[in-house]
Design a protein around this ligand. Structure first.
Ligand SMILES: NC(=O)c1ccc[n+]([C@@H]2O[C@H](COP(=O)([O-])OP(=O)(O)OC[C@H]3O[C@@H](n4cnc5c(N)ncnc54)[C@H](O)[C@@H]3O)[C@@H](O)[C@H]2O)c1
Length: 368
C-alpha cells in the first residue's frame, strides 16, 4: 500500500448522502469543522466518558471545544442504557439546544452508540460526529450508522440507523488503551480479513503481534474502514436477502450468546468475537465449505493477538442455544449464520441443524 493510500480520506457513499472518514490531518479537519459550525452560529455538544477524558485531558480543548460543552458519563457498557440516554437528552434540552445543535461522540463504541442514538432521537434528529478512541470503534462502530442502547432484556435492543456527518480517526489516541481492549479491537480486524480480505488475513498472520504504536496500525485501520464503508454503501440498513451488511456479523451470533449467558462484561465484546470467529470457522468446515487446515490458521491468528478461541469456563449449552434463538439476525424463527466459502469470502447460511451447533459449542467448552 502506498504512503498516500495509508492515510487518504475515505468517503462513505450512501444512496442519499456521503461523509468523510479522516485519517490524516485529523486535528486540523476537526478544528476546521468546529470553527465552521461556530461561525454558522451553531451550538456544539460532546458526549464522552470519564476514562477517555482522563487519558486525553487536552484533546478536546486543543480541537476548540469548551469545558461547558462536554458531558462526561461513566465508562463501561452499563452506560449504554436508558438512564444515561435520558440524562444526555436532558442535558441537551436543559441548554435549550435546537435542531441546529451538532453532537460529537468522543470515546469507544459505548459512547459512540449512545451519543449516536441521542443524536437520532433529540428533536427527531440532529447532526452527529464521531471521534472514536478505541481500536474497535475506529474499525467498526464509528462507521456505518448503527446506533443504540441496551435494555435489561438484551444488548442493542433499541436503536436507529443514524449516519455521522464525519468520522475523525486519530490512531495516536490508542497509545493509552489498555492491552486487553486493544486485543478486543483486533478481533474485529481479524474478522474483516476472514470475511472480505484474505490478503489482510495473511498480512496479519505474518505479523508478530501489534501494539498501538506499531507503524502498521494506521494502514490496517484504514483498510478495515474501507471494507466496512463498501459493505455499508451496498446495504445501508441491512435489508439484503443474502450477503450484504449481515456479513459483518461473522462470528457475532456465537459471540452475542456468550456475552449474554456469561453476563455482560465477563468477556469483552472482542473476546467473545474471537471465540465466535473460531466457531464460525468450525461451522464452515463442518458444512464442507472450508478445509480443516484453515481452522488451524484462524485459531493461530486469534491466539497470536491474545484472543481466546474457546470458553474460559463452561457455560450452559441450553442457555447458549436459547440466547442464539433470540438473535436479531434470525429470520422466520430459523437460525441464520455467516460462514465462509473460503477465507476472505463470507456468505449467509440458513437452515443449519441445531445438533451441529450444539456439538460445536461442546467443542468450545460448553457444559450441559
Ligand atoms: N454501532 C456499531 O456498528 C457497533 C459495532 C461494534 C461494536 N459496537 C458496540 O461497541 C461497544 C464496545 O465498544 P468498545 O470496545 O470501544 O468499548 P468501550 O466504549 O466501553 O471502551 C472500552 C474501554 O476503554 C476506555 N477507553 C476508550 N478509549 C480509550 C483510550 N484512548 N485510552 C484509554 N482508555 C480508553 C473506555 O473508557 C472503556 O473503559 C459495545 O457496546 C458494542 O455493542 C457497536
Amino acid at each position: 500500500m502506498s504512503e498516500k493510500m495509508k492515510t487518504e480520506t475515505l468517503t462513505v457513499e450512501l444512496e442519499k448522502r456521503r461523509y468523510p472518514i479522516y485519517f490524516d490531518g485529523v486535528g486540523g479537519a476537526l478544528k476546521a469543522d468546529l470553527l465552521a459550525l461556530r461561525s454558522a452560529g451553531r451550538r456544539v455538544q460532546v458526549i464522552s466518558d470519564a476514562r477517555v477524558l482522563h487519558a486525553h485531558p487536552k484533546y478536546l480543548a486543543q480541537a476548540g471545544f469548551k469545558d461547558g460543552e462536554i458531558l462526561s458519563l461513566p465508562a463501561g457498557e452499563p452506560t449504554k442504557s436508558i438512564p444515561y440516554f435520558s440524562q444526555a437528552l436532558s442535558a441537551l434540552a436543559g441548554q435549550s439546544a435546537g435542531r441546529d445543535c451538532a453532537l460529537f461522540a468522543f470515546g469507544g463504541g459505548v459512547i459512540g452508540d449512545l451519543a449516536g442514538y441521542v443524536a437520532a432521537s433529540y428533536l427527531r434528529g440532529i447532526d452527529f460526529y464521531q471521534i472514536p478512541t478505541t481500536l474497535l470503534s475506529m474499525v467498526d462502530s464509528s462507521v456505518g450508522g448503527k446506533t443504540g442502547i441496551n435494555l435489561p432484556e438484551g444488548k442493542n435492543l433499541v436503536g436507529a440507523f443514524w449516519q455521522p456527518k464525519a468520522v475523525y480517526i486519530e490512531t495516536a489516541l490508542l497509545t493509552t488503551l489498555p492491552p486487553r481492549e486493544f486485543a478486543a479491537g483486533m478481533a474485529e480486524i481479524i474478522k474483516y480479513g476472514m470475511l472480505a480480505d484474505r490478503e489482510l488475513f495473511d498480512d496479519l498472520l505474518a505479523l508478530d503481534g501489534l501494539r498501538a504504536d506499531s507503524p502498521e496500525v494506521p494502514a490496517i485501520v484504514r483498510r478495515c474502514c474501507a471494507i466496512k464503508a463498501r459493505i455499508v454503501a451496498e446495504d445501508e440498513t441491512e435489508t439484503a436477502q443474502s450477503g450484504g451488511r449481515a456479513l459483518l456479523n461473522l462470528g457475532h451470533t456465537f459471540a452475542h450468546a456468550i456475552e449474554n449467558v456469561a453476563g455482560y462484561g465477563e468477556y469483552l465484546h472482542g473476546e467473545a468475537v474471537g471465540i465466535g470467529l473460531s466457531l464460525a470457522t468450525r461451522l464452515s468446515v463442518a458444512l464442507g465449505q472450508l478445509p480443516v487446515s484453515e481452522l488451524k490458521r484462524v485459531d493461530q491468528l486469534l491466539q497470536q493477538f491474545q484472543l481466546p478461541v474457546c470458553l474460559r469456563a463452561p457455560l450452559e449449552l441450553d442457555e447458549l442455544m436459547a440466547a442464539m434463538q433470540r438473535d436479531k439476525k434470525n429470520r422466520a424463527g430459523r437460525l441464520r449464520f455467516v460462514t465462509m466459502n473460503a477465507l476472505g469470502n463470507a456468505v449467509t447460511t440458513n437452515e443449519v441443524a441445531a445438533e451441529l451447533i450444539e456439538s460445536l459449542w461442546r467443542e468450545a467448552g460448553a457444559g450441559s
